[in-house]
Design a protein around this ligand. Structure first.
Ligand code: PLP
Length: 483
């Protein structure tokens, strides 16, 4: 690594990226390439001799960017956002520059200690109970994703139960969630050896706005107990992936406590909104939770990946995940004086991810971050108004945060035709390249999702997106009427 060469190349790369952001609106938001497009454009094998950065950047421009879906475009409204920011970007750069591997405290004390401090900061910003702070028996850790977070939580809960009831009782452990819970939980169950027949996916519907019913949960738990099964994990969601449903945490927490279960809260997307006092009530009830997770990389201006997980009983996590090979032994670890985050996660190696969260919190400050969230929610509210004013459309579920679930009404009121119509509208809109939205299915109905949350999105982008949707809807309805 030659320092001067780094300086020159990195400056050029930053220029390239800055130019990309300047022209980001000129690209189709959803990549329009066909599968396998890149193999035709690149050589079959790596070069024998070094090429220049200029050549590589030309290839990026000509061959890679067409195959990129532009998540940072202000016209990106699909899935959930995955934020980038100058602060987050610089944190990533610094992390790449230092390139430490902070699995044990000794391998870079600052990496471990900054992560502890920054997660305490964020816990305080979210007004999480003190039990989640590093000063008590719990603490926070940065995982790569919400999927990793729920997996390590499931393993901790599983082993805590098995140590009490015996390893041979694995087949008795039951997990509870709703049919709106992210599939990450199912994957965690598969990896964690939970018997598929013991995964209770409880049905939701429009009567609860797709939130999990505590009464139904109670009923199912009672049945399971009566057949000798052991309820061990309840996963609630604040801001479900399909429609931002909010499970009733206080009531669910009571059920979990009464049955001695581990209570996990997945607030991957909506957790960011809870830094605003007016949205914090959505996580009231977190006091009863054993673990809480939110993705700062979704909607808190922290570049991917940065999934914050807090746990009340860090010992449970460490007992499930710790190993102690000779080659990792050192004085600080052996004396139990430090946190070794390798025991809080699946891999050994870990990046210095707290740098970017630290930079985001410091360079933007709490008030600016709150304003950022409020602005997106206001833009979503405006979009919801636009949809409501056009009698050809309907808003399907009440908007809670910055996601609007809506659909084009079928002229002949036919469910299947209505689903096809909306599927066609999604394809038509995304094929324009002007915007990118995604879909879900709620109670058998195909629904369009418009998620505001890209950092560059302004009111004009929302208005233009609505115009694209209206124009494509008009064309579709005309073609349906002509057939
Ligand atoms: N949970 C919720 C509520 C989500 O919306 C998502 C993704 O959108 C996930 C979990 C999975 O996130 P990750 O990609 O961080 O595993």
């Amino acid at each position: 690594m030659d320092a001067e060469q780094l300086r020159e190349n990195a400056h050029r790369m930053v220029d390239f990226i800055a130019d990309y952001y300047k022209s980001i609106e000129s690209f189709p938001v959803l990549s329009q390439v066909e599968p396998g497009y890149l193999r035709k454009l690149l050589p079959d094998s790596a070069p024998d001799h070094p090429e220049s950065l200029q050549q590589v950047l030309e290839d990026v421009q000509a061959n890679i960017l067409p195959g990129v879906t532009h998540w940072q475009s202000p016209n990106y409204f699909a899935y959930y956002p995955s934020n980038s920011s100058i602060a987050g970007f610089m944190g990533e750069m610094l992390s790449a520059g230092l390139n430490i591997v902070g699995f044990s405290w000794i391998t870079s004390p600052a990496a471990t200690e900054l992560e502890i401090i920054v997660l305490d900061w964020l816990a305080k910003l979210l007004n999480l109970p003190d039990d989640f702070l590093s000063t008590g028996p719990g603490g926070g850790v940065i995982q790569g994703t919400a999927s990793e977070a729920v997996l390590v939580v499931l393993l901790a809960a599983r082993d805590k139960f098995l140590s009490r009831i015996g390893k041979s009782s694995l087949n008795k452990l039951v997990v509870y969630s709703s049919d709106q819970t992210h599939s990450a939980l199912q994957k965690a169950c598969q990896i964690g050896g939970i018997y598929p027949e013991n995964c209770r996916v409880l049905k939701t519907d429009a009567s609860t706005n797709y939130a999990l019913s505590p009464d139904l949960l109670n009923e199912v738990i009672s049945q399971d107990i009566s057949t000798g099964l052991v309820p061990f994990l309840l996963c609630a969601t604040v801001g479900t992936t399909s429609s931002t449903a909010v499970d009733p945490l206080p009531a669910l927490g009571t059920v979990a406590k009464r049955n001695g279960m581990w209570f996990h809260i997945d607030a991957a997307y909506a957790g960011s909104a809870c830094i605003c006092p007016e949205y914090r009530p959505f996580i009231d009830g977190v006091e009863e939770a054993d673990s809480f997770n939110m993705n700062a990389h979704k909607w808190l201006l922290t570049n991917f990946d940065c999934s914050a997980l807090w746990i009340k009983d860090r010992k449970a996590l460490i007992q499930a995940l710790s190993t102690n090979p000779e080659f990792l032994r050192n004085k600080a670890s052996q004396a139990n004086m430090v946190v070794d985050y390798r025991d809080w996660q699946i891999p050994l190696g870990r990046r210095f991810r707290s740098l970017k969260l630290w930079m985001v919190l410091r360079l933007y400050g709490i008030q600016h971050l709150q304003q950022y969230i409020r602005n997106h929610i206001e833009l979503a509210r405006q979009f919801e108004d636009l949809v409501s004013q056009d009698h050809r459309f309907e808003v399907v579920t009440p908007r809670v945060f910055s996601l609007v679930c809506f659909r084009l009404l079928s002229p002949d009121d036919d469910g299947d035709k209505g689903n096809k119509l909306n599927h066609d509208l999604l394809d038509a809109v995304n094929s324009t390249g002007k915007i990118f939205i995604s879909h879900t299915v709620l109670s058998g109905t195909y629904v369009l999702r418009f998620a505001v949350g890209a950092p560059l999105t302004e009111e004009r982008h929302v208005n233009e997106a609505w115009k694209v949707l209206q124009d494509e809807a008009s064309k579709l309805l005309a073609s349906v009427q002509n057939n």
